[in-house]
Write a protein that binds this ligand. Structure first.
Ligand code: CS2
Length: 462
């Protein structure tokens, strides 16, 4: 008979002591930060307590039933490898706020990592915390009444934890955002300080002394697992695992910043520590994520459902090369290094065993395109060029908003879908204007996007 993963049955090792907290317990965290921690030479000293974000979907309960253990399936083009990851000591629901506060109040806690998505930071147009939002107001009111009240937004949860830490005299701590957005450290620093200031301006001095915020670039393609994954794990390992994670062999973690209370030896597990993550971050966001978005929209319009299918289509490949040419012109690395990176990306994308769904990548274009595509488009326009590889991504997104290709799933669907409605040229101008007013006013960009929308719609297979 098969057995559910459990530490007492000898699967995995003893749970390491909790010295790390994570907010945003999901597949990426388990394939990335947990994996690096488990592969550090001092892994036995560093355990994670992870909390689900909004809508945890029962994952903490399933993980707790397995003592925090889970199988990481590393899916190469030639086959799978299976390993039980040991670093997750405790898994908690988002609402388990007392546990959150208790960890923050412990001097053993050294590092808090985060994957809450860009939308989770609740930023307003000036980049700071959008204090006018009802959920921010609700959390502030709750904290003003009771500092240990249950709060729901990421900034409020962090500030509540930091207040508990200050009260307990538990010492300094590092926050390590691992969201796929440029300058994630500065973003978190700003919203945490904004929230803290609104709650109690006197917190600022303590934050100056006791909080460091690290900036990171993260990479590991981790598709949503399919329901048959547990069956494959059982067959290969003999374990019952209710929540395995599937990921690719490649991984990258680049970090910049200070860890005043220590950290695991992540560098010995392959993480890179540097003074400036910007070159890594841009290369990844533009060449990998920009290409992903291109394939998600243009590839789905051509009838494909997965990245590997789309990248096997000569037309998509041609568009991909056009995008990469434009993006590479704006990157500082040596051309040979960029060529090698693109070559490796093609192998990663073409992995036929990954089944990375275009619909998953196409979600939240309103959040992703401004950081993946627009910096390149703006820089190319400023240099007097028309980067058709960049405009095509926007054209394909507009077509999807109009009902072709990948279904729309976007935090801002309510405002953005109506913009894409009506006569095509006006729709294109409105969507571009909403992304960046200067783009909506650039007649050549509007004309190019309009033309590309027509071509895409003409060749659509769905
Ligand atoms: C993808 C990313 O869903 C998406 O938007 O582009 O999740 C991508 O797979 C990761 O950034 C890879 O590290």
């Amino acid at each position: 008979m098969n057995a559910l993963l459990s530490r007492s049955a000898g699967h995995g090792r003893a749970a390491p002591p909790v010295r790390l907290v994570h907010l945003g317990l999901g597949n990426f965290f388990r394939a990335h930060q947990c994996w690096y921690t488990d592969h550090a030479p001092d892994a036995a000293d560093w355990g994670y307590a992870a909390f689900s974000g909004r809508g945890g979907g029962g994952l903490p309960t399933r993980l707790t039933a397995q003592d925090g253990l889970y199988t990481l399936v590393t899916r190469g083009a030639a086959g799978d490898t299976f390993e039980v990851v040991n670093s997750l000591a405790r898994a908690h629901d988002a609402d388990d706020h007392q546990a959150w506060l208790t960890y923050f109040g412990s001097p053993r806690l050294s590092v808090v990592t985060l994957t809450v998505t860009e939308a989770g930071y609740l930023r307003g147009p000036d980049g700071g915390l959008d204090a006018g939002r009802p959920e921010v107001q609700a959390d502030l009111a709750a904290l003003r009444a009771d500092l240990s009240a249950v709060v729901r937004t990421a900034p409020a949860r962090l500030v509540a934890g930091l207040v508990a830490r200050r009260s307990a005299g538990a010492g300094p701590v590092a926050l390590v955002p691992c969201d796929n957005v440029p300058g994630n450290g500065a973003i978190v620093d700003r919203v945490v300080r904004d929230m803290a200031h609104l709650l109690d301006p006197a917190l600022t001095d303590w934050l100056d002394d006791s909080l460091t915020v690290v900036t990171t670039a993260v990479d590991r393609i981790t598709p949503r697992p399919t329901p048959d994954e547990s069956g494959r794990v059982r067959q290969a390992t003999g374990f019952d695992d209710d929540c395995p994670v599937v990921t690719e062999p490649f991984r990258e973690w680049v970090l910049s910043g200070r860890f005043p209370a220590g950290r695991p030896g992540w560098q010995d597990a392959g993480a890179t520590f540097t003074d400036d993550v910007t070159p890594y971050e841009r290369r990844k966001l533009w060449l990998l994520n920009g290409a992903h978005s291109l394939l998600a929209y243009a590839g789905s319009i051509r009838g494909h459902t997965s990245v590997s299918q789309a990248v096997g289509d000569a037309t998509c490949r041609q568009w991909l090369e056009q995008w990469w040419q434009a993006a590479s012109r704006q990157l500082d690395q040596r051309e040979a290094d960029l060529a090698a990176y693109r070559h490796a990306l093609l192998d990663r994308f073409a992995n036929p065993r990954m089944h990375h769904q275009l619909a998953q990548i196409g979600a939240d274009g309103s959040q992703k395109l401004p950081i993946r595509i627009l910096p390149v488009l703006r820089a190319e326009r400023a240099a007097g060029r028309m980067p058709t590889g960049a405009t095509l991504v926007l054209a394909a997104w507009i077509c999807c908003l109009r009902g072709l290709g990948a279904p729309v799933s976007d935090v801002h669907a309510q405002s953005v879908v109506p913009l894409a409605d009506g006569p095509l040229r006006d729709a294109a101008r409105r969507v571009l204007h909403d992304l960046d007013p200067a783009l909506g006013e650039d007649a050549e960009v509007v004309a190019t996007v309009w033309q590309q929308c027509q071509e895409l719609a003409g060749g659509a297979t769905t």
